[in-house]
Every structure is written in structure tokens, then in C-alpha cells.
Ligand binder design. Structure first.
Ligand SMILES: Cc1ncc(COP(=O)(O)O)c(C=O)c1O
Length: 377
């Protein structure tokens, strides 16, 4: 039997360059290690399910009698099965994407001028949201005790958790989540938990949905997620928001129906296939990613000695401290001049200077080529 049944390991740079989509096609001459898309072929369970839709010509209005798509039901079932979180399905709202859900929740749980706390460096669309929506970003330190102090003094209206964290790959433990939940309760802070990377953890790290920490946490928390990161479906546009706070659920329902659009059948079916039949593929992907996150330490030691890197506990993103290279705040430019496109650290806000983010979701062969090129080989 093949040791690589899903074709995750064997492709090289020439094959990767043929991948459609913005990652490789925006600048086809570059080695692409930036946007959070994977180079892996999608799970066969997903392509088979989508092919069946096409073959049967299923393009009309779908028949979802209770108003929720099968993907929303699959989400509820998956949360219970994997995390023991028995959520209230009547509070699920289906959306096109995760950022939409985060921005909706910010808009409905806070007002212009309010503070929004988040851990910096932060996923850049969260940061761009602040001036767009006239909210004040409040930087939360990584250490939870210090974060609680900031919450107590700055009194944000909302705290965004990127859980697990992009770009650092950090996973919040149950104790940390409990402390943040206690602080949220004490200082009356709503929580928006973006859990889109929560299927991408490496043992022994374990994902605990923020809303599963306690009933009080569930009532304070808008959980937003999708299958798009772990199963590489970002173009299919389906996401889900669980509105724990009554005010949020009510605010969404106050809008006329169709205000936020309606789910796309292809996104729904791909998500169901991912969450119900995609686990063998996901396990194989996590194997390669685990190998890559450790291999990167050796590759950096060989090609870019001194670059700081701690393998992430989750996500396929590697956060590299390039201060040693003497390339200033934006080492991204140096790597671009060597033909490699990464995500520039400063776009993630404070703590991002002299950093780049590298995408590990590729074959070990392509990863080796990327790091060798970064080193100027
Ligand atoms: C933390 C986080 N949230 C949201 C997204 C984007 O999700 P979507 O395309 O569904 O808005 C990403 C993409 O990389 C992400 O890392």
C-alpha cells in the first residue's frame, strides 16, 4: 500500500506551481509560502461529494426543512463528538466566511470608540477591522495573568481570541481559558472566539472550545469557525457562528432574513464531507505538518542559522524571528529578493517587526526548497 495515499508528500516545486489560486498564481515566478492555503490535494471525500452534486445537477434551492444546512448540523455533531460541547443549534448562524462573523459580532457587541482586546501580533484582518469600525485595539499580553490585568484596567467591550493563535501557533490551555472566562465575567467583556484552526493541533496540545469551558463562558462567547483552514476550502465560502450571548443572537435575528445571505450548497456539501468523512485525510495531513514543523528547525539551522523559531503547537504557520539577519523590520523584502514570498511580520502589528510568517502546508520537498531559497542557496 502507498505510504502517501493522499499525495501529500511527493510533489515538488514544479507541481506546486501548477496549483490554481492566489497563493501560487499571484506571482508565478516566486516560491509561495504566504497566504494560509495548503498545497495539498483536497480530501477525496470532498471531491467525490462535490462531483456527485455536479453529476446530479443539484443547483436549485436546497431542501433544508429546519432552516439550517446539513453543515450546521455537522458542526454541532462534531463539537459534541470531539470536544463534548453540546451547543444550542438554534443559535447557529451560517455565513460566507469567518472574518464576516468576527466583524458582525464586533459590530453587534460593541460601539464605535469601544476597546477591543486581542493578542498581538494578531491575524491582520482583525487589526484592519479596528480603524474600519472605529474600535480601539487593546493589546493583550501572552501571559494570562498580565492579560487579566489589562482587561481589568482597560475594560474592553470585547475580547477577540484567535484560538488557536495565528500567527504564533499557540494553544490556550483549559486553565488559561478559565482565567480569561472569569475575567470576562467579572469585567463584563464579550468574547469572540475564532476557532478556524482548531482541527490543526499537534499532540499533546488539545483544543477546548472557549464556549465549552463553562455555561457562563458559553453565554459570553460568539464562536466563529469553518472547515476552510483544516480542509483547504477557503474558496468555497461557508462558515458558522454560534451566538452564545442573547444580545448577539437577538441582534442577528432582528435583521431581515437574507440580510447576511444564504449558504452556498457547494460550501455546505464540502463542509459536511470534511467533517463527517475527512478524518483519515486530516490525520495524514497532520502527520506531514508535524514532520514539517520539526524539519523546519533543522532547515533553518542549515540555511538561516540564528533565525528564531519555536515549532507551533497548532496551525500550519511558522512564526520566524529574523532579527539576527540585520535586515531591519522587514526581512520579508530580503526573502522576496531571493524569490520567496512570505507573509510580512509587521502586518500582524506589535511584535511583528523583524518577523515573517511561513506556511508549512506543503510537501517536505517544497518546504526544503523554500527554506534553501530563503537562505540564498
Ligand atoms: C484566524 C483566522 N481567521 C479567519 C481566517 C479567514 O477565514 P475566512 O476566509 O473564512 O474569512 C483565517 C485565514 O487564514 C485565519 O487564520
Amino acid at each position: 500500500m502507498s505510504t502517501d495515499p493522499f499525495g501529500l508528500r511527493s510533489f515538488d516545486v514544479d507541481v506546486a506551481r501548477t496549483r490554481p489560486g492566489v497563493k501560487w498564481q499571484r506571482e508565478p515566478h516566486m516560491l509561495a509560502s504566504w497566504v494560509a492555503d495548503m498545497d495539498f490535494p483536497v480530501a477525496p471525500a470532498i471531491t467525490e461529494r462535490l462531483r456527485a452534486l455536479v453529476d446530479r445537477g443539484v443547483f436549485g434551492y436546497p431542501n433544508w426543512p429546519d432552516g439550517l444546512s446539513p453543515a450546521a448540523h455537522a458542526f454541532a455533531a462534531r463539537m459534541e463528538r470531539r470536544h463534548g460541547w453540546e451547543l444550542d443549534a438554534s443559535r447557529l448562524h451560517e455565513l460566507a466566511d469567518v472574518v464576516q462573523g468576527v466583524r458582525m459580532a464586533i459590530g453587534m457587541l460593541s460601539s464605535p470608540g469601544d476597546g477591543v482586546a486581542l493578542h498581538l501580533p494578531a491575524y491582520h484582518p482583525f487589526l484592519y477591522t479596528m480603524p474600519m469600525m472605529d474600535r480601539r485595539p487593546i493589546s493583550l499580553p501572552a501571559a494570562v495573568d498580565a492579560a487579566v490585568e489589562v482587561i481589568a484596567t482597560e475594560r474592553p467591550a470585547v475580547m477577540i481570541l484567535c484560538h488557536p493563535h495565528n500567527p504564533t501557533g499557540r494553544v490556550f490551555t483549559r486553565d488559561e481559558l478559565q482565567q480569561l472566562a472569569d475575567a470576562a465575567e467579572e469585567y463584563d467583556v464579550w468574547v469572540i472566539s475564532d476557532e478556524v484552526h482548531s482541527d490543526l493541533l499537534y499532540a499533546p496540545a488539545r483544543h477546548i472550545p472557549f464556549a465549552a469551558v463553562s455555561d457562563a463562558a458559553a453565554r459570553r462567547c460568539a464562536t466563529v469557525t469553518s472547515a476552510s483552514k483544516a480542509f483547504n476550502l477557503a474558496g468555497l465560502r461557508w462558515a458558522v457562528l454560534h451566538a452564545g450571548p442573547d444580545v448577539l443572537d437577538a441582534a442577528i435575528r432582528e435583521h431581515p432574513s437574507h440580510w447576511f445571505g444564504a449558504p452556498n450548497q457547494f460550501g455546505v456539501e464540502a463542509t459536511v464531507a470534511a467533517w463527517e468523512d475527512g478524518d483519515a485525510w486530516l490525520t495524514a495531513v497532520l502527520d506531514v505538518l508535524d514532520e514539517n514543523r520539526h524539519a523546519l528547525s533543522d532547515l533553518l539551522a542549515r540555511h538561516l542559522p540564528g533565525v528564531g523559531y519555536t515549532p507551533p503547537e497548532a496551525t500550519y504557520l511558522a512564526w520566524l524571528d529574523c532579527s539576527c539577519l540585520g535586515a531591519g523590520d522587514e526581512p520579508y523584502e530580503l526573502f522576496r529578493s531571493r524569490g520567496v514570498e512570505l507573509s510580512p511580520g509587521p502586518q500582524f502589528g506589535d511584535g511583528g517587526d523583524a518577523h515573517v510568517r511561513l506556511n508549512l502546508a506543503t510537501s517536505p520537498v517544497v518546504l526544503a526548497s523554500v527554506v534553501a531559497a530563503m537562505g540564498g542557496a
